[in-house]
Design a protein around this ligand. Structure first.
Ligand SMILES: *[C@@H]1O[C@H](CO)[C@@H](O)[C@H](O)[C@H]1NC(C)=O
Ligand SMILES: *[C@@H]1O[C@H](CO)[C@@H](O)[C@H](O)[C@H]1NC(C)=O
Length: 310
């Protein structure tokens, strides 16, 4: 009898501890009743987590920095829905977070060199010294996910793609599928472009966590405890994704200066300037022609009047 009770207790304890874990963050340490989970971040501080939701990206980056210092994990990414869209080319840094997990608007990576970031923690200004002013944290209200899927046995039906992707995003990343606004599909390139947008001014929905978790899933570095993949099912066929590129569009355009402009952007400016000059020339010539025609008409009318008079 005693053994049975003991066995029951052990079984119960095992059951309880199996419950105490963090589904949304595999590096979390969980303990106690009620279950409490935390993450080691930055230089080894504990950050408490709400494991019922995706973990704020700022905390995740801090944890990655902590792990990088200990010799684990890295990341890289590299594309544009609108001219003002930006990508994260800086790579990992040790971010300063607000208590609620938002990024602080100004980031310095523990150095004297600082810059301003958007709500995804992506740099949106030139780098400056530590006196740099970042007035506010500018919200990213649109993310474009550029995905490439693996070879499939059957053709992918583009008409079914939007629902499939939106459902998969909602299931895995807890983001309402209605934020998935548009999907474009290039069959030959096996490329799917997904636009996820929220209203300007919306501070409830967070697109940046979803984008970060997805990026990690596709790069085979999942942040979730479970090891399942992000695999949208289109007409019964699972789509395996092998590449991702994320573009961030902020409520306010970023403020990189000319000296940082890339060749591509300069080319666009040159083309636009040429177009404007060409437009001015056409306008000038057509005005000249109009005037000439007007003068000729006047001349003719004058002659007609003279003719009538004579
Ligand atoms: C931040 O600092 C780390 C070293 O602590 C460095 O490896 C990394 O490149 C820096 N990141 C940026 C964006 O400056
Ligand atoms: C997708 O294809 C690449 C090579 O084209 C392969 O290395 C990778 O394992 C494939 N991914 C999956 C999930 O099948």
């Amino acid at each position: 009898m005693k053994t049975l009770v003991l066995l029951l207790i052990v079984a119960f304890a095992a059951g309880a501890s199996a419950q105490c874990r963090c589904e949304t963050m595999k590096w979390a340490t969980c303990d106690g009743t009620p279950c409490n989970c935390f993450l080691l971040v930055g230089k080894g501080e504990r950050q408490n987590l709400d494991c019922t939701k995706l973990i704020p990206k700022c905390f995740l980056m801090q944890a990655e920095m902590y792990r990088a210092r200990k010799g684990q994990s890295t990341r890289t990414i590299g594309g544009k829905p609108v001219e003002t869209a930006i990508v994260d080319n800086d790579g990992i840094y040790d971010p300063d977070c607000e208590a609620n997990g938002l990024f602080k608007a100004k980031q310095c990576n523990g150095t004297e060199e600082c810059w301003c970031v958007n709500s995804a923690g992506v740099r949106r200004t030139d780098k400056g010294d530590k006196n740099l002013k970042c007035e506010e944290l500018v919200e990213t209200h649109w993310v474009r996910l550029q995905l490439k899927h693996n070879q499939t046995t059957a053709d992918v039906d583009p008409a079914k793609l939007k629902t499939a992707i939106a459902d998969a995003i909602q299931d895995r990343y807890q983001l309402d599928k209605n934020f998935v606004k548009e999907i474009q599909y290039d069959k030959d390139a096996r490329m799917i472009v997904v636009d996820v947008k929220k209203e300007i001014g919306d501070r409830q929905a967070d697109l940046t966590r979803m984008a970060y978790y997805m990026e990690k899933d596709i790069k085979a570095l999942p942040l979730f405890k479970d090891t399942t993949k992000f695999e949208p099912t289109v007409a019964g066929q699972k789509l395996q994704l092998e590449e991702i590129l994320v573009y961030y569009v902020d409520e306010k355009a970023p403020t990189f200066t000319m000296k940082r402009l890339t060749g591509g952007v300069i080319a666009v400016i040159v083309v636009v300037s040429l177009a404007v000059i060409a437009g001015l020339v056409v306008l000038f010539l057509s005005r000249k022609r109009d005037r000439a025609r007007y003068e000729k008409t006047q001349q003719r009318e004058l002659e007609e009047v003279q003719h009538a008079l004579s």
